[in-house]
Design a protein around this ligand. Structure first.
Ligand SMILES: [Zn+2]
Length: 294
């Protein structure tokens, strides 16, 4: 009889132990970062899907349910998910709510008032800070697998450091006057600061802000004066404004870049690393074309 109980106990304990942590994240880029560290010990769901716009997202009753059932929730912070507080409150979730940007030095921009730019992940150095925060939170929630999370995080950080260095090297030979890129919204400020590129865009850090005619006229002047040949559409933004800019300046519309969301699995940016490489290749090509023109 005792053997039967022991068998049952070990079976139940085994099942409980094997069950992955239920993790909810706010957007797809964060899903990949958590997945890289947690691998098969986590079951990650994202609220905003690939190719989705987190700025303009409207939560659903399904999101309330998902958060209520989670063991741990990760968000970007810096005002990126303006809807998260109400959503968490509605779900009654009392577990750990981790803001991965907490140790980032935020970039501030003036948009009628001073606002913090939430797009910190586009600097790979900041993504490394995110990974440390994710690792610590997973260990706190699931200390039995500490060594597993540490090993995965260390391997991932090593790859990210190499990626950061390779981006720096690829831009190093370009003269400063060619280091200009036009995108649909101001999502690449951290990328620009880290890798020495100037980004210009018709709208600010939030896709929901309306572009004003004076700013657009100024941007058209800059595109002509700087002889920018390519302007970029983002996977999450409406193409109209970029098409209008291209039409008025004679620049061409470049391939889609990925700003606030990954692509679907079959697209060119299904992971964070793939997204950074894809964007970098397109930026590099556009800047080299500026050089060929002179
Ligand atoms: Zn954005």
């Amino acid at each position: 009889m005792t053997r039967v109980f022991l068998f049952l106990f070990l079976t139940i304990a085994g099942v409980l132990q094997a069950k992955p942590l239920s993790v909810v994240v706010s957007f797809s880029i964060l899903k990949d970062l958590v997945q890289q560290v947690g691998q098969d010990k986590v079951q990650v769901e994202t609220i905003v899907a690939p190719d989705g716009d987190s700025h303009a997202y409207e939560p659903t009753p399904f999101d309330v349910k998902r958060i209520a059932q989670a063991n741990i929730v990760f968000i970007n912070g810096l005002g990126f998910e303006g809807w998260i507080e109400r959503l968490v409150q509605a779900s009654g979730f009392k577990g750990p709510l981790i803001t991965v940007s907490k140790k980032i030095h935020p970039r501030s921009v003036f948009e009628g008032r001073l606002v913090e730019d939430p797009h910190a992940w586009h600097s790979v150095q900041n993504a490394i800070v995110y990974v440390y925060a994710i690792k610590e939170a997973l260990i706190e929630a699931d200390p039995d697998n500490q060594a597993f999370y540490e090993k995965n995080a260390n391997a991932y950080i090593t790859r990210l450091m190499a990626l950061d260095e390779s981006i720096r090297r690829s831009f190093a030979l370009l003269p400063p006057e060619h280091r200009k890129i036009i995108t649909a919204h101001d999502a690449f400020g951290y990328y620009g600061n880290n890798y020495g590129i100037e980004f210009l865009s018709p709208v600010g850090t939030n896709t929901e802000s309306e572009p004003c005619a004076k700013d657009i006229a100024g941007l058209i002047d800059s595109i002509k004066r700087l002889k920018v040949k390519t302007i970029f559409m983002e996977n999450i933004t409406n193409p109209k404004l970029i098409e209008q800019l291209a039409h008025e300046t004679g620049a061409k519309v470049g391939d889609v870049i990925y700003s606030d969301a990954l692509s679907e699995q079959t697209g060119p940016a299904p992971t964070y690393e793939a997204m950074i490489r894809h964007n970098t290749d397109l930026f590099l090509k556009a800047m080299q074309e500026m050089g060929n023109q002179c």
